[in-house]
Ligand binder design. Structure first.
Ligand code: HEC
Length: 133
């Protein structure tokens, strides 16, 4: 009887230990840098400098550090058409990220690009992303 109880306790402890890291990673907020590196860096480059004439830079880009709503809209709904960033013209298109990324993930990645590489703009919440239709 006692032995059975001990085995049961050991098993429960092992299961709890296995479940704990998973539970906490579900609760944790999405990692904006990890999303950027996986989904955005191929075009905008790991340090946000883009490719002149092809992919606009996000580092030092006034659109990115300006009105949060328009940055959210560009990322959530995609962006196309003529654009001038730091004196260089762009006229291409980026597909919408909504559908591929959750609103919480869009909030995390927009917060990251607004605060990385010397950019200094306010964080963006999931609520602000959901409000952009
Ligand atoms: C396939 C290449 C590609 C990927 C991947 C990509 N973008 Fe873009 N992005 C572009 C292009 C091209 C434009 C400019 C569109 C235009 O010319 O109007 C752009 C524009 C933008 C803009 C608007 C810049 C401005 O000055 O208005 C933001 C913000 C942005 N991207 C963020 C992101 C984020 C965040 C991700 C990752 C979730 C991402 N992009 C992934 C190609 C890409």
């Amino acid at each position: 009887m006692l032995k059975k109880l001990l085995v049961f306790c050991a098993l429960s402890a092992a299961m709890a230990a296995l479940m704990l890291p998973q539970t906490s990673s579900v609760i944790a907020a999405p990692d904006g840098k990890a999303i950027y590196d996986a989904k955005c860096a191929a075009c905008h480059q790991p340090s946000g400098q883009g490719m002149p004439g092809t992919f606009p830079p996000l580092a030092g880009n006034k659109d990115v550090t300006g009105d949060a709503k328009s940055v959210i809209a560009a990322v959530a709904k995609g962006k196309s058409g003529a654009l001038t960033v730091a004196g260089t013209a762009y006229n291409s298109s980026m597909p919408a990220w909504r559908g591929q990324l959750s609103d919480a993930e869009i909030a995390a990645v927009v917060t990251y690009v607004r605060s990385a590489w010397g950019n200094k703009a306010s964080a963006v919440t999931e609520k602000q992303v959901s409000a952009v239709k």
